[in-house]
Design a protein around this ligand. Structure first.
Ligand code: G3H
Ligand code: 13P
Ligand code: ZN
Length: 330
């Protein structure tokens, strides 16, 4: 057993409390390789933002669990070397079993999500409670989920949103003891969050998706005031990146995300954690495609992964400064 405190990591309890009081949200950026990690840490150190390094079960398999542990420890040391010891959480994204959560905790994760949102309510509750009981013995924080996001989550696909039912949240918190709760209010995973026919066009002809269900969020806040809420599926799908990808041979169609204004509004509420993965994928892919197209003789990976890293860093700085409001809060 490697305890996260020995790696220099923190759990999410304290940073969520501060985010709640300060009306901003902590970024949870997914990573699975060195360039992404470098970009996340250097951006958050320069912007003085706390950060959640988020790893899905697929990413854990891809990167290797032992390497990940040293990467997280390396991230803490890298931040110090860059001159500022920001709070860093290592979090399991969409854990789907007790065994996976336990294994992550044993490998140095400071926070885990147990996602029982696809299960019947009672099974979700029982599974989440079991994970909380184990995690809290090690001072690891736990995120649960109620409601199902439309789209694909790992291998589970849902055609429509099942919005979180506000009348369930209090009971779920009391019975499970979770530290934060992911909810479904209209976000979804991936780069195709809305169909064009669901959107309207603004004066500039840009597609505007339907707003998030802030009425549901407010109802939840009334029932569990001051409790940290998590938003998954919060990429904004920057259209300049989509255009670069498509210009240089990509084939992204109808890629539409959550407008940043909606996320700013959410960050000022009880939403303390905002998950962003797809936007990073788009930024990296756009940069790499551009190098491949414009410098076809290049074959040194540093010559395309380097620009990808720079582009990612710029994206993350923008997110913490202009969208989540976590810059300057570390
Ligand atoms: O919510 C899902 C995250 O974007 C992680 O995706 O399972 O492809 O690593 P992944
Ligand atoms: P996006 O696909 O919108 O980036 O969402 C990521 C996420 O929710 C990870 O859990
Ligand atoms: Zn998610």
């Amino acid at each position: 057993m490697i305890h996260y405190k020995d790696l220099g990591l923190v759990n999410s309890r304290e940073i969520f409390k501060k985010a709640m009081d300060g009306r901003y949200a902590i970024p949870a950026f997914n990573f699975n390789n060195m360039e992404q990690l470098q970009a996340i840490i250097s951006a958050c150190v320069e912007e003085r933002s706390p950060v959640i390094l988020q790893v899905s079960s697929g990413a854990r398999k891809y990167a290797n669990e032992t390497l990940l542990r040293y990467m997280a420890q390396g991230a803490v040391e890298y931040a110090k070397e860059l001159g500022y010891n920001i709070p860093i959480v290592l979090h399991l994204d969409h854990g789907n079993s007790f065994e996976l959560c336990k294994s992550c905790i044993e490998f140095g994760f400071s926070s885990v999500m147990i996602d029982g949102s696809h299960l019947p309510y009672n099974e979700n509750e029982a599974l989440t409670k079991k994970v909380v009981e184990y995690a809290h013995q090690h001072d690891v924080t736990v995120e649960g989920e109620l409601g199902v996001l439309a789209g694909v989550e790992d291998d589970v696909a849902a055609e429509h949103h099942t919005y979180t039912r506000p009348e369930e949240v209090e009971d779920f918190l009391n019975k499970t003891g979770v530290d934060s709760l992911a909810i479904s209010i209209g976000t979804s995973h991936g780069a195709n969050k809305f169909k064009p026919e669901q959107c309207t066009r603004n004066a500039e002809g840009i597609l505007v998706p339907p707003p998030l269900r802030f009425d549901i969020l407010e109802e939840i806040e009334k029932r569990i005031p001051g409790f940290p809420i998590v938003l998954h599926g919060s990429s904004s799908v920057p259209q300049d990146k989509v255009a670069i990808i498509n210009k240089y041979g990509g084939a992204l169609k109808d890629a539409i995300g959550i407008p940043e204004g909606q996320l700013r509004k959410a960050a000022a509420s009880s939403v303390c954690k905002i998950n962003i993965d797809s936007d990073g994928r788009l930024a990296m892919t756009a940069a790499i495609r551009e190098v491949f197209a414009l410098q076809p003789a290049e074959f040194d990976p540093r010559k395309y992964l380097g620009p990808a890293r720079d582009s990612l860093k710029e994206l993350y700085r923008h997110k913490v400064k202009d969208v989540l409001g976590s810059a300057g809060k570390a």
